[in-house]
Design a protein around this ligand. Structure first.
Ligand code: GCB
Length: 597
């Protein structure tokens, strides 16, 4: 799926700003049929939850409405006109005046609505977007709505981060020609000093295709024609972690020799491969350093913000992080574009978090009922998961920064039914993208003895909390557990192993000379213990600390003002652990992460 951009044949109007806003319980039926009768306005992009002082809005279950007027540029006659929503969390219905023109389910992937037949160039329309933050066993992520003693509907879900909702990413109005480039897929490689860009173009309408690859100075390095082909790049400059290099591929659709559409995208030439227990980028072993993150800031919730994006990348680079995981949902497309340009490696994760009833059972890990059942993660959930995978891979397949798909976070891979649930999804992901390795992040109840799906995947990604949820405050026992756990996975799989979560909640400013949970010293010491263990294993390919920054969670007795496992506070100030990570990841203490003892 192509991101809307402006080209000689396409135009783009950004619809971000402040829109009229209401929750369903405060407006009449079918509020889209007239100007929304509301005293409220909401910022777009932003989650709506933290914008207002009203508790009923913050934890609203049901639909909310956003509304504004939109004018179509005068020059768009004869073009097709689309609305693009970069995300509407978690479901949306789009109304033009009184008419429903589109719907989408899935809160973290974009969708387009063709409105050509409803609007006129130079005309205006009232746009109402109904958005629902509800989660059920038919959504990804799953959740459950319950009606309590007060009669109020409340949303429960099986992940700790707060269920922010609304229009958290940009909204666009754009034009495209009727005969056009509909999609482009690029796969890159190299042989010696010659790179290859294997491209495939999908068209709407009948047209000839011409392609051109330019380097970073704008010089043409390869040209071709036809809807599919391979461009050779002499003296190729590879896209490398920490050293981004991007070419630009311009695709033109021609009718009788005249260019009727043009689309350009950035291309990084690089390869990714898993061989034995190694993770190779451009044929060289790669060791991941970095974080699991969240899209999360004060007031905006999950609202995309370029200032925070730039600053977060600065902080990651400052610590020496070379990668992050988009835990626990696809991030804004701008973040991946930026990662491409910064040379930061991304593990791209779906929104499938919480497919695990064991987590509800607490530390025992005993599910109250089977996870993979019609009661919870059944056929409808699986279908939603499959659709979500199609949309994620469709959106992100051309990003050089994306080196691996993470299909789920902490599913109950130890439970019966896991294999039946995951095997078709793994097959689908491999069909959609045969080039990138697949992984899933392993919950601590899923051990090397009881996991039922690891053989379907390429990389073992472990989430482990020894020294925090298990053996709290006892790093000696924690170290023994961790050592045995990693060894067990190595013996069972022979695959590359990495840690996609490890960490400790930490209250900044709290200090102790003892191993006291919540202190800055304890977070630092716990991470150092994990690193000691990682460095004993040549099969280990990476470490991503949980979490980059503190983040908002739902109310709960395990959380004080959110999850505090950040190495940075929610307003991005470093805790002591950030400095110790910087020393390790930048090699300031004289050794490279991943160098085996
Ligand atoms: C996990 C989850 C993550 C939580 C984290 C924690 O295993 O994957 O979403 O935030 O633990 O801090 O408990």
């Amino acid at each position: 799926m192509l991101k809307p951009i402006s080209t000689p044949t396409r135009e783009l109007v950004n619809l971000d700003g402040v829109w009229r806003f209401a929750i369903d319980s405060r407006v009449g039926d079918q509020p889209w049929t007239a100007r929304l009768d509301t005293p409220l306005e909401a910022a777009v992009p932003a989650s709506y939850n933290d914008l207002f002082t009203d508790a009923e809005i913050r934890d609203h279950v049901g639909w909310v409405y956003y509304q504004r007027e939109v004018r179509v540029p005068r020059g768009w006659g004869g073009e097709l006109i689309f609305l693009r929503f970069d995300a509407a969390t978690h479901a949306a219905r789009i109304y033009l005046g009184d008419t429903l023109v589109g719907e989408h389910i899935g809160g973290y992937t974009p969708f387009d609505v063709d409105i050509t037949s409803h609007v006129e160039a130079g005309g205006a329309f009232r746009l109402t977007v109904a958005v629902s933050g509800d989660l059920s066993n038919e959504t990804i992520p799953p959740g459950k709505i319950e009606v309590g003693m007060t009669g109020k509907r409340t949303q429960t879900y099986f992940h700790d981060f707060y269920n922010y909702a609304g229009l958290a990413r940009s909204v666009w109005l754009y034009s495209v020609p009727t005969t056009r480039v509909d999609d482009v897929t690029v796969v890159t490689g190299f042989e010696g000093t010659t790179g290859s860009v294997d491209y495939r173009v999908a068209l709407v309408g009948d047209a000839a295709v011409r392609v051109r690859l330019t380097d970073a100075t704008g010089a043409v390095v390869a040209e071709g024609s036809g809807a599919a082909g391979v461009l050779e790049v002499p003296d190729v400059v590879l896209w490398k972690p920490g050293a981004s290099y991007l070419y630009e591929l311009t695709v033109e659709a021609l009718h009788d020799g005249v260019v009727v559409d043009a689309y350009s995208l950035a291309v990084g030439v690089r390869t990714v491969e898993v061989r034995g227990h190694e993770f190779l980028i451009n044929g060289e072993p790669f060791y991941f350093t970095g974080f699991g993150k969240h899209e999360d800031t004060a007031v905006r919730g999950k609202g995309h913000d370029n200032a925070y994006m730039v600053h977060d990348f600065q902080l990651m680079e400052w610590t020496g992080a070379n990668s992050f995981r988009t835990s626990h949902y696809p991030y804004a497309e701008d973040v991946l574009d930026f990662a491409d340009r910064r040379g930061i490696v991304v593990i791209d994760e779906t929104a499938a978090v919480g497919l695990n009833m064991g987590v509800v059972g607490g530390m025992s890990g005993t599910p109250p009922f089977p996870t993979f059942s019609e009661q919870y993660a059944g056929a409808a959930t699986q279908a939603a998961h499959a659709q979500h995978l199609r949309e994620l891979i469709g959106r992100d397949k051309n990003h050089p920064s994306v080196v691996m798909w993470c299909i789920a976070n902490e599913p109950a891979s130890n439970e019966d039914g896991a294999r039946e649930y995951f095997e078709p999804l793994v097959n689908l992901a491999r069909d959609l993208d045969p080039t990138r390795p697949l992984t899933y992040s392993l919950v601590m109840f899923a051990t090397f003895k009881n996991d039922q799906i690891v053989d379907l995947f390429d990389v073992v990604s472990m989430n482990r909390y020894y020294g925090w949820y298990i053996s709290t405050g006892d790093l000696t026992t924690a170290e023994m557990y961790l050592q045995g756990d990693i060894q067990g996975w190595i013996d069972r799989t022979g695959k590359p192993i990495m840690m996609t979560e490890y960490g400790a909640d930490t209250q900044p400013g709290l200090h102790s000379v003892w191993d006291q949970a919540w202190t800055e010293e304890y977070q630092t010491d716990l991470l150092a213990m994990y690193h000691r263990v990682f460095d004993r294993f040549p099969q280990f390919v990476g470490e991503q600390v949980w979490n980059f920054a503190d983040f908002a969670t739902s109310n709960g007795i395990h959380r004080v003002d959110g999850n505090k496992k950040g190495v940075f506070t929610r307003d991005r100030r470093p805790k002591s652990a950030a400095l110790s990570l910087r020393r390790r990841w930048r090699g300031l203490d004289g050794r490279k992460p991943g160098a085996v003892d």
